[in-house]
Design a protein around this ligand. Sequence first.
Ligand SMILES: [Zn+2]
Length: 288
Amino acid sequence: MIIDCHTHCYPADIAAQPRAWAEAHGELHWADLVAPIGRKSIQGWAGPEEFLAAMDAAGVDRAVLLGWYWQHESTCRWHNEVIAEWVRTAPERFIGFASILPNENVLAQLAAAESLGLCGVGELHPGVQGFDSQSKYWRTMAQWCAQHDWPVNCHATAEDGKDHPLAIATPLKDYLRMAQHAPALKLILAHWGGGLPLREGVHLPANIYVDCAASPLLYPDSPVRRVIDAIGAERVLYGSDYPLRLYPRQQLQAEMTRFLASIRQDSTLSPTERSAILGQNMNRLLPR
Ligand SMILES: [Zn+2]
């Protein structure tokens, strides 16, 4: 069972004109990342059929469709409807997580997402969405997710500036406080947790997991062995960031095969570690 725990989905009309759409909706950070002015975008796009074809080609059984760290609640709610619609087209293949803005309506947002059949939260971004470990609404959300067994995926950036030039930093140390404050919460830090597992002197609470989304863009030499040695294979999750183009020089279209093959063929991994990372761990984290 191979589960890609970190993908994104957007409707075709947005793919056609991402910047115009984002400006009309006040989602300027997303516009800067996905449709930057004066630079080529590495964002790829895929409708549900292309998405499923990419999964079939790579041998991916299931994919978590993540929301985005939108700056407006209205965009979050709209995106959750889109995600739910995709899940309805292929409920055996797609798993939907919710876009949530931790604000005064956070419980209503979570209830709406639950009624749409979504089963987790993310991707969130404290810096872009304006919350931290002390925020009342984050804490309300974390408690709700812990009670409902919903994992939460948060974007994490490396602090040494290797990320996207327009990226906004994520507070890595504050993620430790978020995890400590809600020990029953399953907190997934994306993009190798911004390198947090590899930092000397950092103890990662047991409820923090990391995914490897966008790894080829961020780490030309895969850190998978080092991360497993630091925190154990049971806390490492395979995720791609599809339909981002992870090898922009070689890939004109988004696809899932190449990055997955690099993990399948990584001779430093034991068969047990490989199957844990590629699906078993995420399968265990999903709500029953
Ligand atoms: Zn991310």
